[in-house]
Design a protein around this ligand. Sequence first.
Ligand code: AMP
Length: 122
Amino acid sequence: MTHPLYDTNNIFAKILRSEIPCKMLDECDYTLTFHDINPQAPIHVLIISKGAYIDMDDFAQNASSEEQAAFLVAIGNAAKLTGASENGYRLITNIGGFGHQEVPHLHAHILGGEPIGPMRAR
Ligand code: AMP
């Protein structure tokens, strides 16, 4: 069941409905991978679920095993396809207000292509 707070008008839901374009890298039955519109590193791609999940908490609790497995596989594929896996990368999924999540649809960021630097909370 879709989370009652899921916003069907978020920007990634619109991408999934082909209402707005994206620079697609990869796709499967359960996921879509595309380039971030405002890249923070030479490689910056987003892996999103095709299912309507708000964030990783919602996805972990409510997605099927198939969806969860496909999401992990898609992350691995994106790292390979972009070349990020050659030298390492940062994998991030922001959750909620304190996590500074801007788009309320599950997504993971892959950042790479250069040293990403130390992690800073703020
Ligand atoms: P987050 O803060 O984790 O929710 O990250 C949302 C990300 O989505 C940001 O890095 C944005 O640059 C990116 N973004 C927003 N709109 C689009 C879009 N239309 N196509 C691709 N990436 C987008």
